[in-house]
Design a protein around this ligand. Sequence first.
Ligand code: DGL
Length: 278
Amino acid sequence: MDSTSIGVFDSGVGGLTVLKAIREALPAHDIIYYADTAHLPYGDRAPDEIVRFATGISQYLMERGAAIVAVACNTSSALALQALRQRLSVPFVGMIDCGASAVARASASGRIGVMATVNTVRSRAYTEAIAGRRPGAVVVQQACPELVPLVERGELDGARVRRALREYLGPLMEAEVDSILYGCTHYPFLHTAVREEVGLGVALVDPAREVAREVAREVTRAVDEAEVAPSAGKGAPGRCGGAGAVEFVCSGDPAQFRAIAAELLGWDIPEVEPAEPV
Ligand code: DGL
C-alpha cells in the first residue's frame, strides 16, 4: 500500500456505500477502510465515546498512510468532525454538509425527511445544515434504531425490515415530505425496500456521491497547492495515489465483516486485517 491513501471509516458496513462512490470517483487511488465493529452500533452511544473512537481510528488511518480521511458515518460526522479537524492535521470530509446540500437541491417543496440514528437526530446537525442551505425548509427527522443491526446481518428485506420501515417511514409520509435523506450510511443498502414503501413520488437521497466528489475536490486542491509549494510532502492529499488497492481493517470479527462486505459490495474481498479496538 502506498503511504498516501484515502482513509475511510464507519462503525461497520455502512461506510461501504461511501467507499464504493469514492472508488468510482477515484479508481486509481489507494483506499484503506476501517470498520469499527467492536463498538457497533454507534447510534445511541455516549457522544464522548464517539469522539474518542473517531479520533483513535483517524490516528490509526494516518499512521497507516492516510493523507485524507472520509468520515463515512453520519453519527461520527455529527458528533466528532469538529474535534477531528481541531486535533488532527489531515483534511476530513464528513457526511452532514454533503447530505444537506444534496437533499436541499433534491427537494421541490422544501418539506424534507431525514432518516438517521438516535445520536444524529439528537444532534440536530442535519436540521441546522439544511436550514442554512434552504431557509424556510421544514425538516422532519426520524430515528431508525432497528435498521443498522438488520443491515449488519445482511438482512436487506423481509418481514422484519418491512415492519421497521413502515414504523419509521409512516410519520415522514404523514408529514408529506417530498424527499427523504439517508442520514446513516447503512440505509442505502435498504433502498429497494424503502422505494417500494414510499412509492415513486418521493426523492430518496444518498449523500455518498456528493462525499466522493468532495474527496476528489480535496485531492485536486492539494495537488494545486503542491504545485505552488512543491515541498508539500508525504501525507499531503495531493500525493494520494497508488494502484487503486483497497485494504480493509476491522476491530471486531474480520471473517464476519469480510463475508457481509463481500455480499453487499459484490466484490471479491481477499482479506480483512484485524485491528485492536481504539
Ligand atoms: N453508519 C453510521 C451512520 O452513518 C453509524 C450507524 C451505527 O453504528 O449506529 O451514522
